[in-house]
Design a binder for this molecule. Structure first.
Ligand code: ATP
Ligand code: MG
Length: 492
């Protein structure tokens, strides 16, 4: 965690007088403290903290005590420029909006050039994204949420400090639940648990941490996916790829950040099992699966969409290792205007550069909207075409859904049913099973579902492949050219 502060120190030592720092809101007091301890003390300089509400916490000597303008940011910046008082000045959330926005930007630019050689150093500790005129010349340092090992350390030291001993298993469970929270949040919840129960009861505390996290994720429009209700039937090539990739996920590989898989793009007709895939991967890898509804990043005003997405991605990284499921990713381009292009660019850069194991499983529903940049190498590891199941896969899918309802059929019966359901999707096969079971139940055949029940419902079902023939054909055409088949080819 200390590297960030060292970086600020090096910048100041190199006489770069203004830097900006961004971090999670609950961490702000700690960040301020660390800048004092690790930068100001190291440079033997006085430390000053300013915010719009109270002005300076301790007034710099150079400031005329009579003046009451210290809450006016422009006044403060002018003072720093003309008096060049020696010290580290942390400016909390300096306001870059409103009428003075461009004046503020100009003032910061001026300081960046004029403060050199004066030992007056400024840290803009901002929660919002700063204007381009500032970010272009001023280096921004991000203080991330603690990663898994950091969280573990925070919990262990807190427990040690409070003379509480927990088993390795309990410590792991608390760590998993606390991932995605800031140090302050974790410590507050541990303290609350201790004050409530007198001890830190692992199960209760893990539940409090998880509940708090779920609420926090919801504020970022992220939810956790439910566990898959069934395994995936068929899709042999996709499963092969997954087994191979799973072997690469050794602890050593993850720790060293090497060969971290980035993600999988899935193209295919509706109901073919695309949304089932990330849930099954999450179960196979024993990591959480986060769901991002892409339309929520464009709120009432598109303007904050980029910031929203950045926060979401930061949140997902802090939960690594995890799966991030993004359905209908083509929606990220929303209106195709400048803002959505920027949002899309932010996503692509993140995909390209991320080192944490946030395995993105994205699905595409409208192939005509797929921007070519999405499928370029360096973003997703693989693009699969998840077609409607062929005959053999249909046997597997039917078997899975029948077994889920405690019904077993002979192989030849399943094959007969599969033959009668050409181009039916997995979702439709599931529906047939559901309906047939319900019919059998209503006819008093419970536990004695006949093949005829299933064949009967199948015959009455009109599959999407028929109802939306042209659309499915387009998807197939695109999938065959641009993606790898998820299953051996066998139409109808
Ligand atoms: N290959 C499969 N194996 C087992 N079940 C399947 C399979 N494909 C689909 N299903 C069943 O159908 C349900 C719906 O499928 P799913 O939501 O994953 O389809 P999708 O491809 O994401 O569709 P859409 O494009 O409409 O979002 C699944 O939850 C599962 O119960
Ligand atoms: Mg889906």
């Amino acid at each position: 965690m200390n590297e960030q502060y060292l970086e600020i120190l090096y910048k100041f030592k190199a006489d770069i007088p203004v830097v900006s720092v961004s971090g999670p809101l609950p961490e702000v007091p700690r960040i301020v403290r660390n800048i004092n301890d690790m930068v100001a003390i190291e440079l033997s300089l006085p430390f000053y903290q300013w915010d719009t509400a109270r002005g300076f916490k301790d007034l710099p000597e150079s400031w005329n005590e009579q003046s009451d303008r210290q809450t006016d940011i422009l006044e403060v910046l002018r003072h720093l420029e003309s008096n060049k008082p020696k010290g580290i000045f942390v400016l909390l959330n300096p306001p870059f909006t409103g009428d003075d926005a461009s004046v503020m930007t100009q003032a910061i630019q001026n300081l960046f050039f004029s403060l050199r050689g004066s030992r007056t150093y400024i840290v803009l500790l901002a929660h919002e994204v700063l204007p381009e005129g500032v970010t272009e010349i001023i280096f921004n340092l991000e203080i991330p949420l603690p990663a898994q090992s950091g969280v573990r350390e925070i919990i262990s030291s807190w427990l040690k400090e409070h003379n509480i001993l927990l088993s390795e298993e309990d410590l792991m469970s608390l760590t998993r639940s606390a991932q995605g929270l800031s140090q302050q949040e974790i410590e507050d919840i541990l303290a609350e648990s201790k004050s409530k129960f007198g001890v830190v009861e692992a199960r209760e505390t893990a539940a409090s941490l998880s509940n708090f996290k779920v609420k926090k994720l919801e504020r970022h429009n992220l939810t956790f996916a439910e566990k898959p209700e069934v395994p995936i039937g068929g899709l042999a090539y996709l499963k092969d790829w997954l087994s191979m990739t799973t072997k690469l996920l050794t602890f050593e590989a993850l720790e060293s950040g090497l060969s971290t898989p980035k993600g999988m793009l899935l193209i295919g007709p509706p109901g073919s099992g695309k949304s089932l895939v990330p849930k099954v991967i999450s179960q196979k890898w024993s990591v959480p699966c986060l769901v991002l509804d892409i339309s929520t990043i464009y709120g009432k005003t598109n303007a904050s969409a980029e910031l929203n997405l950045k926060n979401i991605l930061k949140m997902a990284e802090s939960l690594a290792p995890c799966i991030l499921m993004i359905d209908e990713i083509e929606k990220i381009l929303a209106t195709g205007d400048e803002i959505s292009l920027r949002v899309f660019g932010t996503f692509l850069t993140w995909m390209q550069e991320k080192s944490a194991l946030v395995f993105v499983v994205a699905t595409v529903n409208r192939v005509l909207r797929i921007p070519p940049e999405l499928t370029r190498p360096g973003r997703f590891d693989v693009t699969f075409f998840v077609d409607l199941p062929g005959e053999e896969d249909r046997v597997e899918v039917l078997d899975i859904h029948l077994k889920k309802r405690n019904v077993q059929f002979e192989q030849h019966e399943l094959e007969k049913l599969a033959k009668k359901t050409p181009d039916y999707s997995g979702a439709e096969l599931e529906q047939i099973v559901k309906e047939a079971v319900a019919t059998a139940y209503s006819e008093g055949y419970l536990g004695d579902l006949k093949l005829e029940h299933l064949l009967d419902v199948a015959e009455r079902t009109i599959p999407v492949s028929k109802a939306r023939k042209e659309e499915i054909e387009k998807i197939r055409l695109y999938g065959e050219i641009y993606a790898r088949p998820a299953a051996p080819k066998s139409y109808s």
